[in-house]
Ligand binder design. Structure first.
Ligand code: FUL
Length: 468
């Protein structure tokens, strides 16, 4: 997960798309603290922050040599401040990765519209950003442009070469990659089938086909995993009148993004004092408590695992089926070649109740699985399907109605190559069930943190319960 930070003159003028003519004097946060942003991100389990170094209004949050429309013309720190610099330092100190958003569309800059001049301007600014602030992990650029705006061509290939040359470890995000793609909506979710494979040639920056981007392409020639961007509030920038989503809302987004082989890029906009608001921090805490109470214990961790076949034989350790209980992508189960069925069995020491499946493919070996399902052995001794899915990828999460059993089988029905599994876990998510119930359930999303730690204890008890 990455935390998106939309911040700039719009934060002070109550706008989303600034005209590019707001007076720089509006930019005057009283208590800006990039360290607070990074701490909030870290405590909520985000490993990367991405800042709007320049949004469509053209205002630069760093003192660029190419324009005066920046922090240096603002009253903040008497024009001596550098938001990008402060964030880079705070992120480095906290071990959080840094990404920067440099909007191609620029409503302030006079040379915007003159192809050669603007491309030089953009690449000059990109060079400043990628040479002054240490390691940059992601460069984020979008295809947005208002109707009737000046026409011009962006030299994307040159931009991408420059970025990769200056920051070889950075991934470039856009509607069409090259390294990571926009999922095609700003609602934060991917399709239930989601391939990291994609054809870049079939995508156009600024002209996305949402269906293609949400699902990817099993026949794609390029490896371009999707990022799901969404804001915690209705707008991307902070507005006094708007309130954040709930922790439960974020949990559902998590299932539909991270749980569908994607990165979740959640926007949490700092307010006009330059801090992330308390309400948003509270929601992030709820989100993080929900995740830790659901995911901190894999109920299957002590299962006895066996498989329909194991490459090298069941005594051969390298591809043993037991590896699926060990977290991480570098140890995994592999079946024998040329099999007609691929099944993993997990037998529990007691009867377990659960409603959530997590599966991971060792993604460095490619995304292979096309179709799978999970069966449980029911009280009558019959196999009963409880959930099914298509793609798995880096991580797949599937919720289903609560079931009880001591034996499950994970069946891979179709795969592009021999399927490999590095992790399989089951959990109980009591919150999502409760929120789906027709009777009025208590508002768990607003429960204090203490409630979640109590609940955690109850969940542990569940783990040892038997048939009731
Ligand atoms: C879009 C922009 O137009 C929005 O203002 C926002 O920055 C969003 C993340 O990307 O393209």
């Amino acid at each position: 997960m990455a935390l998106f930070l939309h911040f700039g003159p719009n934060t002070f003028t109550d706008t989303e798309w600034g005209t590019g003519h707001a007076d720089p004097s509006v930019f005057s946060p009283t208590s800006l603290s990039a360290a607070q942003w990074v701490t909030v991100a870290k405590e909520a389990g985000f490993s990367r922050v991405i800042l709007t170094a320049k949004h469509h209004d053209g205002f630069c949050l760093w003192p660029s040599e190419y324009t005066d429309y920046s922090v240096k013309s603002s009253p903040w720190k008497n024009g001596t401040g550098d938001v990008v610099g402060e964030l880079a330092e705070a992120a480095r100190n906290a071990g959080i990765r840094l990404g920067l958003y440099l909007s191609p569309w620029d409503r302030h800059e006079a040379v915007y519209g003159k192809t050669l001049e603007y491309n030089e301007y953009y690449m000059g600014q990109m060079t400043e950003l990628l040479t002054r602030y240490g390691v940059i992990k992601e460069v984020w650029l979008d295809g947005a442009k208002g109707e009737g705006e000046k026409d011009m061509e962006y030299f994307f290939d040159d931009w991408f070469s420059l970025i990769h040359q200056l920051q070889p470890g950075a991934v470039i995000f856009s509607d069409a990659g090259p390294d990571t793609r926009w999922v095609g909506d700003e609602a934060g979710f991917a399709a239930t089938t989601c391939w990291s494979l994609f054809n870049r040639s079939a995508a156009k920056i600024g002209g996305t086909d949402p269906k293609y981007s949400q699902g990817g392409d099993p026949f794609g020639h390029d490896w371009v995993p999707a990022e799901c961007d969404v804001s915690i509030r209705p707008g991307w920038f902070w507005h006094a009148s708007q309130v954040p989503k709930s922790g439960m809302d974020l949990l559902q987004l998590y299932y539909k993004s991270v749980g569908r082989n994607c990165l979740l890029l959640l926007n949490v906009p700092p307010n006009s004092s330059g801090l992330i608001s308390d309400e948003d921090i509270q929601v992030l805490r709820e989100f993080s408590d929900l995740r830790s109470s659901i995911f901190s214990h894999n109920l299957a961790e002590n299962a006895i695992v066996s498989a329909s076949s194991t490459r090298g034989g069941s005594d051969y350790c390298r591809f043993a089926s037991q590896h699926i209980l060990q977290e991480g992508i570098y140890t995994y189960w592999a079946p024998n070649k040329n099999q007609s069925s691929w099944v993993l069995y997990l037998e529990f020491l007691e009867v377990l109740s659960f409603n959530l499946l997590e599966v991971q493919e060792p993604i460095h070996m490619g995304q292979r699985i096309i179709k799978f399902h999970l069966d449980i052995l029911n009280e009558k001794g019959e196999w009963k399907e409880v959930t099914n899915g298509t793609t798995v990828g880096y991580r797949r999460l599937l919720l289903f109605p609560k079931v009880k059993t001591h034996l499950v089988r994970f069946v891979i029905d179709k795969s592009r190559a021999d399927p490999l599994i590095c992790y399989l876990a089951i959990y109980l998510d009591p919150f999502s069930i409760l929120s789906n119930e027709p009777i009025q359930a208590p508002d768990y999303t607003r429960m204090p943190v203490k409630f979640f730690s109590k609940l955690h204890t109850i969940l542990n008890l569940f783990k040892f319960s038997s048939w009731m």
